[in-house]
Write a new protein. Structure first.
Length: 592
């Protein structure tokens, strides 16, 4: 026994000794990284031209994993980095590649506004395209914000207009004897039509045509303003697409034809032969500096993706989180509310909605922030509909781009029963339930008449509550809200006239509104404090790296050591079928 105790003691002391050594190593690593950051600064050259590749689809924002060093740019990365670059004398301009991402019009409006703000500081922007491949207008609208647009010779100019399509599963369900039972409130809630219909319903056709026309009108007007052309001329040129770069040049929609290296060299020459630096490298190297310094503090809370219950702990270790978790975002808002240095809360939202309970949790936190004296301003991205609108409705002000899709004030719930479908392939399933409705959400058997009545009563109650919250938050008569709700999606341009949003514009318009609400002078620069925040050891290491080139290299080495060789099974959801719970979700919407 004594031998065993001595052995256990030696093991325990060895473990403690190992932990102590590891802790000392981490402390020394942090000290070294701080030293590197102090000596090297941000590691950027003294003369540079930023480079941005927009040839792939991008998200509005993200919550990066704690060791996610390499990440694709988001809209908010671009907006914030260009603002810093506009005040950075080392940055001479921007070289941008664009044309094949199929960017939504709302994203193009936000990025275009950021580029215009950047150019007002005396910087230049040159855009190059190897072809505008999408028939949508978003890619070209983004390029139109540049000083010069180049296209590769004989490359396609496909920009033509705005279109949409939807997939309907009812025919498939009929063939396999599946029974879809989806409740929607109300007529325009097209997410339910995916499962219940075989083509567009009359209300859905009306709303889809309306927002496509709104996108087309706002985009062509913006292109005309950027290119100093008559809107009728722009429309006539788009009507001739698909065409070639030379046709677009004759119509003054682009400035030059040439290859990417030629356009890049032109950008370098205009920037006094400055070094080309990736915009994301610049963003990473300067983002820490943007969160310190003098000036009033504004909480910046960014959320992209479905609204879900619970927590995702602000992202994984190496990957971004693309969900808005109720616990995480409510706590972020509560922390910003408790922080006496925070003068206002700016909530950037890009979401089709999702969980009713998580949406209500976030809305409650924002209401309590206002009650505590913190102004709340919402900035909408490409899509802030259904639950995405629900969480926004109590803000002091809501700002949306003209092309933002919002509203969709409605709910849906239900299920698809596949018991008979399984029988077609020889699969049988039996169920046992104790309690009248223990199998209420079973995907095998349809609802009984009593269960169907229960489901409709739930939908009615949640829809009525949604209407009341919008009426209260927007200070609108309930009857007015009922008329503009019904699950209908509106563009920002159409929503403003109906009282659903206050101002049209992008992120910096929302910042201006936050300043006004907080009593901050219009010309005073604010310091953004980001939420949700990563916490713990790895966040300390990221902070210690300070964005320096050497610091990033050290972090990359640590990331490599920490990554184990594991197999990741990725299962992509192939259906958005509700599973009994009531949802505030706008799916099947075209965001290109």
């Amino acid at each position: 026994m004594l031998a065993f105790l001595r052995w256990a003691r030696s093991i325990a002391l060895g473990m403690l000794n190992g932990v102590a050594k590891f802790a000392l190593f981490i402390v020394l690593l942090i000290v070294v990284l701080f030293g590197i950051g102090f000596v090297e600064g941000d590691g950027l050259p003294g003369n540079m031209v930023l480079k941005l590749d927009l040839n792939s689809a991008i998200k509005d924002s993200s919550n990066p994993g704690v060791l996610a060093l390499e990440r694709t740019p988001t809209v908010m990365d671009i907006v914030l980095a260009l603002d810093r670059a506009g005040h950075d004398g080392r940055v001479k301009g921007l070289f941008m590649r664009v044309g094949s991402a199929g960017l939504p019009v709302a994203q193009a409006e936000e990025i275009g506004s950021a580029i215009a703000r950047f150019r007002k500081t005396g910087k230049f922007v040159i855009a190059h395209s190897q072809g505008f491949l999408s028939q949508g207008i978003g890619d070209y609208l983004t390029a139109a914000s540049a000083n010069e647009i180049w296209m590769q010779p004989r490359s396609p100019f496909g920009t033509a207009g705005e279109g949409s399509g939807a997939i309907f599963l009812r025919g498939l369900f009929d063939k396999i004897q599946a029974v879809p039972q989806i409740v929607k409130r109300a007529d325009y809630k097209s997410a339910a039509d995916t499962f219940m219909e075989k083509d567009y319903t009359a209300p859905d056709r009306v709303q889809t045509t309306a927002f496509l026309q709104s996108w087309y009108d706002s985009a062509t007007q913006a292109v005309a303003a950027d290119r100093k052309l008559d809107p009728k001329v722009v429309i006539s040129v788009l009507q001739a697409s698909p065409q070639f770069a030379e046709d677009a040049k004759r119509a003054h929609l682009i400035d030059k034809t040439g290859y990417d290296d030629e356009a890049q060299q032109a950008a370098k020459a205009r920037g006094n032969d400055g070094n080309l630096v990736s915009l994301m490298d610049y963003a990473r190297a300067t983002e820490d500096a943007s969160s310190v310094g003098k000036g009033p503090r504004v909480a910046l809370i960014t959320g992209t993706g479905d609204i879900i219950d619970g927590s995702v702990r602000h992202g994984g270790l190496f990957e971004d989180s693309n969900q808005i978790a109720g616990d995480d975002f409510a706590e972020a808002i509560r922390k910003a509310t408790r922080d006496s240095s925070i003068k206002a809360i700016l909530f950037r939202i890009d979401s089709p909605g999702g969980s009713v309970t998580a949406s209500d949790q976030i809305l409650d936190a924002l209401k309590k922030a206002r009650a505590a004296g913190k102004p709340v301003i919402v900035s909408m991205g490409t899509l802030a509909a259904s639950g995405g609108y629900y969480v926004s409705c109590a803000a002091n002000k809501i700002v949306a781009e003209p092309a933002t899709l919002t509203g969709s004030i409605g709910v849906l719930t239900g299920k698809v029963a596949i018991g008979k479908s399984l029988g077609l392939i020889g699969v049988t399933e039996d169920q046992i339930g104790v309690g009248k409705n223990a199998l209420f959400d079973s995907s095998v058997s349809p609802y009984t008449p009593d269960q169907w009545a229960n489901l409709n009563a739930q939908a009615d109650a949640i829809y009525a509550d949604f209407l009341q919250k919008v009426a209260s938050g927007r200070k609108l008569p309930l009857d007015t809200v009922k008329n503009i709700a019904k699950g209908r999606v509106w563009t920002g341009a159409d929503a403003r006239g109906r009282g659903l949003v206050d101002d049209l514009g992008g992120f910096w318009k929302a910042v201006a509104d936050a300043k006004t609400a907080a009593g901050i002078a219009p010309d005073e620069r604010v310091v953004f404090k980001r939420y949700p925040q990563s916490e713990g050891l790895f966040q300390a290491l990221r902070d210690a790296a300070g964005g320096t080139e050497a610091g990033v290299r050290a972090m990359e080495g640590l990331s490599t050591l920490a990554e184990a060789p594991v197999a990741h099974a990725v299962l992509e959801a192939i259906s958005e079928v509700p599973r009994g719970s009531i949802e505030m979700r706008a799916i099947n919407l075209p965001v290109q």
